[in-house]
Design a protein around this ligand. Structure first.
Ligand code: SF4
Length: 376
């Protein structure tokens, strides 16, 4: 039975944050039609891929899924359960923004089967939160985590962004201190990225905001790795850290090159070596589903070489390259070709060999993109 994951995109948001380039809208007119379309899309693909699969994880991302009524999310879960073979212990994550959920709503999310919360905190500093145009403040962020724990969520993750304008090392460390003092099991820490088309990018181009340099960014990143490792959060991907046994099953599906379905606007799927993606427009998505039961706007079938390159990149960025698995999937050509580079990286403490795996050291993680580009 093939292990497979499912991503559901809920595009609705309260407003548009200045740094965000995810597909999201602040118009709720179409929520009902969107739900109907989602259910149709789920049914269509479950019939199309009527092979032996077990669903190991479901991830509600967005957008802001926690803005939706609990019943709305529940209807999607019911639809998934009636169309796919969802494992009884499947990880079911809901992206949650502080300021959109009260304690009683968290309790209801737990009762419909959500067993993991990914909370978009971004910062515990009120000035940073204002700058990022988030709707919550630090107090609400902390309260959301504590209430989630109180109602019974064991598996809570939070997102943080570092290298914000004027963010000193001390200020960033304070964020990490607060995060690790809370009852959470997982942290995603991303460096601020300027995405084209965002309000922030425009502000930078107009000289209204100054972004800190790469050296500072690297310094904060190394601080993150050191601090979190001292606090028992082990790094299992370039930006992700977890307490033992709490790695995100869903993210690992992407990084370990497993199959996944993506339903909803802008969602991507990767099944049996084929990748496809949906319209990034709620209107077109709904129209397309109504017409032909799917909303695919692009697709590609990867060549063996493309698959090998992706496999190597994803493995190095996450828990390491398993040599035995690599040879089974792609033969030993790649290893023979890159032997001298690998030996060089090992002798310079950028990669270590552990059992059958080649794994980045913290020093290697910091140079990850540069090193991977040498291989590909
Ligand atoms: S809440 Fe999240 S998805 Fe919505 S605009 Fe802000 S960053 Fe983007």
């Amino acid at each position: 039975m093939k292990e497979t994951s499912i991503y559901i995109h809920i595009p609705f948001c309260d407003h548009k944050c200045i740094y965000c380039d995810f597909y999201s809208i602040i118009n709720y007119e179409n929520t009902f039609n969107y739900l109907t379309a989602l259910k149709k899309e789920i049914e269509f693909f479950s019939k199309l891929y009527n092979d032996e699969r077990k669903i190991i994880s479901i991830f509600f991302g967005g957008g802001t899924p926690s803005l939706m009524e609990v019943e709305y999310i529940n209807e999607i879960i019911i639809s998934l359960k009636s169309n796919f073979n969802i494992l009884p212990n499947a990880e079911i994550t809901l992206e949650t923004n502080p300021g959109t959920v009260e304690k009683s709503k968290l309790e209801k999310f737990l009762s419909i089967g959500i067993n993991r919360l990914s909370v978009g905190i971004q910062s515990f500093d009120n000035n940073d939160l204002k700058f990022l145009t988030r709707i919550h403040d630090s107090k609400t962020a902390i309260q959301t985590i504590l209430e989630a724990k109180e109602v019974g969520f064991e598996n809570i993750s939070l997102d943080l962004i570092f290298n914000l304008p004027n963010q000193t090392k001390e200020k960033w460390k304070r964020n990490l201190e607060i995060a690790t003092s809370l009852p959470i099991k997982h942290i995603s820490a991303y460096s601020l990225i300027l995405e084209r088309g965002t309000i922030l990018n425009k502000m930078v181009l107009e000289g209204k905001v100054k972004i800190q340099d790469e050296e500072h960014d690297a310094d904060l990143y190394e601080t993150t790795i050191d601090f979190l490792s001292l606090n028992n959060f082990h790094q299992y991907e370039i930006s992700n850290f977890a307490k033992e046994t709490y790695e995100c099953i869903h993210n690992n599906s992407y990084w370990h090159y497993k199959d996944y379905f993506g339903f909803g606007t802008s969602a991507h799927s990767f099944v049996n070596g084929k990748r496809w993606w949906n319209y990034s427009s709620t209107k077109f998505y709904i129209e397309s589903i109504n017409k032909k039961d799917n909303a695919i706007i692009g697709e590609e079938t990867l060549t063996k070489e493309e698959m090998l390159n992706e496999y190597i990149m994803l493995a190095f960025r996450s828990s390491g390259l398993n040599i035995i698995e690599l040879e089974k999937k792609f033969g030993n050509e790649w290893l023979n070709k890159n032997k001298s580079i690998i030996d060089y990286l090992i002798s310079n403490n950028l990669i270590i060999k552990q059992n059958d795996k080649l794994i980045f050291t913290p020093k290697g993680y910091a140079l990850c993109d540069e090193i991977i580009s040498k291989f590909l």
